[in-house]
Design a protein around this ligand. Structure first.
Ligand code: IMP
Ligand code: MG
Length: 178
């Protein structure tokens, strides 16, 4: 595994993103919605850097992907969502790859009567975007490699790594056979 961003880099990037979020919202009350499960670690770190009145909810977005890069049909589980009508909503996800996940989520939240809907991601993968939507806050741009750690998984593992690493193609093949 090759380290793409070490712990200190990730921390600095999340702090910078928190400052940008403050510049946008000031002291306005905010509802942060973490997209499970990949945003779990970012969500926990980010909310502790924010000082405005804050509510936190989660939504589960699951795409049925055969391989690591092919987008599939997206299903949303909104059972754990707080009421977001009349609130500023900030969707938080681990990575913006094709953008399909965030686009579907933004469309869904646009129907819920929120005052505003924006999005923040830790990573944006270069050259993969397939939608017009741009995330409003991005901590890091990364090359088109399959990355894990700090919430991101490969077959539900590696989320607990405190840094971002890229799996070598050999790891991907070897793991899918095991
Ligand atoms: P999108 O809908 O194509 O933007 O994909 C977003 C979702 O795909 C993310 O929330 C991740 O769950 C997953 N994903 C995309 N690229 C990677 C990666 O490099 N590592 C781990 N998960 C990824
Ligand atoms: Mg995800």
């Amino acid at each position: 595994m090759k380290t793409i961003l070490d712990e200190q880099q990730v921390r600095d990037g999340v702090q910078k993103m928190a400052r940008q979020i403050h510049e946008t919202y000031g002291d306005d009350p905010l509802t942060i919605i973490g997209v499970m499960t990949g945003s779990l670690v970012l969500l926990a770190d980010l909310i502790r850097l924010l000082t405005m009145p804050l509510r936190v909810g989660v939504v589960q977005a699951r795409s049925y992907r055969g391989a690591t890069t092919t987008a599939g049909q997206l299903t949303l589980n909104t059972d754990l969502l707080p009421d977001v009508a009349g609130r500023h909503v900030l969707l938080v996800d681990d990575i913006f790859d094709t953008g399909q996940t965030l686009l579907s989520l933004v469309k869904h939240f646009d129907t819920l009567g929120s005052t505003s809907v924006r999005s923040a991601v830790l990573l944006r993968k270069h050259g993969r975007q397939a939608v017009r939507l741009q995330p409003d806050f991005v901590a890091f741009e990364i090359p088109d490699e399959f990355v894990v750690g700090y919430g991101l998984d490969y077959q539900d593992e590696y989320r607990n790594l405190p840094y971002i690493g890229a799996l070598e193609p050999a790891d991907l093949v070897a793991e899918s056979r095991s």
